[in-house]
Ligand binder design. Sequence first.
Ligand code: ADP
Length: 159
Amino acid sequence: MVKAVFPGSFDPPTFGHLNIIERARTIFSEIHVVVAVNSEKKYLFSEEERVELIRDLVKQWDNVHVHPWNNLIVAYAKRIDARVLIRGVRNLSDFSYEFDLAMMNRGLNPEIETVFLSTDPEYFVLRSSAIKELASFGGDVSSMVPESVAKVLRSKFNS
Ligand code: ADP
């Protein structure tokens, strides 16, 4: 019964994120998706919007839960007694960033292990930042994000 935390900005959630959650939920007993709230970062979607979007997308999976958090991720994991941090890796540059992050988190709490899941090839080009840019120019993002997300992206950039 190993609980895992999947942290990220989810600004907005994509099919890439959902694929990682769907696979991880069959390996771990519970997945806690933690939506980062960082006052230094500029997000397109508010904390409430990001939590609401992803909560709605994972509602069919009973062992997946979503929470906002504005502090260290290892502190959240410790608080709920989760032993694993899940990170998705698309390519070598993701890996080099994620590896440094994993080392830092390991320094903060060596009892929490980072587990990397490689992207499904179908989703390896999906990146929230690129999707926002594409949507801002009116591009079609329907193959990259669920319809609920495509809809809010359209309304953000039309207003
Ligand atoms: P992004 O890197 O897209 O801005 P986040 O900060 O929300 O997204 O990422 C949360 C986690 O999801 C990270 O571990 C990231 O590497 C992973 N992730 C994001 N997109 C994908 C994808 N297409 N395939 C696999 N993992 C992904």
